[in-house]
Design a protein around this ligand. Structure first.
Ligand code: HEC
Length: 239
């Protein structure tokens, strides 16, 4: 064994690191760094257990480390390396701790699914209300009363109350909202609101109210027709 046990241990650790970090990704998905640290930790424990089986091997494994740290009987370049380690290590730990604790001004990344799949019972529902001028007019009246404070009298998401909300109320004139959606989808979103959004993609933090208590289905369908008429879009269909 001899005094090279320390070196063998070091080489083994580096080899395990290289295999896990660069070798494994050639065959399968890369491991998260936390798992690699865990394996290195376990390898270190293995090395120490093996190295301390006898008094002789203990000295072979730990002797060089203790002599290096205590500075006993070493000289020249090794002495310099020792000072460098003793200075740099606390700095590194301090920096790690600091950067872990310092509050960040970056907003947490959120990938909100803008249009999650509606629950099955809403898929493919057709608007049962006849698309007559009177019904659209009625729908516009309901829209002004219930929706325009947030979604705006011009259907552009710019209502007087809109500033306070993040995510902002949907802009129905924009090509990215109801122009892409089917009427059944709107029916679901209006009936169930922000709280009715599915669990995946949380946090939603949507201020969109749940209208099923205040508004009858009939009123909701009329509002949907009014939204399309007012925004100048047509509902998406599968034809
Ligand atoms: C308190 C403010 C508020 C009111 C009042 C409100 N909404 Fe909303 N609405 C929102 C917000 C915020 C969003 C965006 C977040 C989301 O998708 O849930 C939204 C989203 C929507 C969407 C989804 C659009 C899309 O692209 O997915 C529809 C449809 C909708 N609202 C219709 C209505 C209708 C109809 C009314 C009136 C009956 C109404 N809203 C009233 C705040 C409001």
């Amino acid at each position: 064994m001899g005094s090279s046990l320390t070196i063998k241990g070091g080489v083994l650790l580096v080899a395990v690191f290289l295999v896990l970090k660069f070798g494994l990704p050639l065959f399968t998905a890369p491991l998260p760094m936390s798992l690699i640290w865990l394996y290195l930790f376990l390898t270190t424990i293995g090395i120490v257990v093996f190295g301390t089986l006898s008094g002789h091997s203990t000295e072979a494994l730990l002797g060089p480390i203790f002599r290096f740290l205590s500075g006993e009987g070493i000289g020249g370049a090794t002495k310099f390396a020792r000072v460098a380690v003793l200075v740099l290590f606390p700095l590194l730990v301090g920096w790690q701790t600091y950067s872990g604790l310092v509050p960040s001004s970056e907003p947490p990344s959120e990938n909100r699914t803008i249009h999650p799949a509606p629950p099955g019972e809403f898929v493919g529902l057709a608007n049962p209300v006849a698309n007559t001028p009177e019904n659209v007019m009625q729908g516009k009246g309901f829209f002004s009363a219930f929706c325009s404070p947030c979604h705006g009298a011009k259907f552009n998401g710019n209502g007087p109350a809109s500033d306070g909300f993040n995510p902002p109320p949907a802009n129905f004139v924009d090509a990215g909202t109801i122009a892409q959606l089917q009427e059944s989808y709107l029916f679901w979103r209006i009936k169930k609101g922000g709280v009715g959004l599915p669990v995946e993609g949380h946090p939603w933090k949507s201020a969109m109210p749940r209208w099923e208590v205040e508004l009858s289905d009939d009123m909701i369908w009329k509002i949907i027709m009014a939204e399309y008429a007012g925004s100048g879009h047509k509902p998406r269909t599968w034809e």
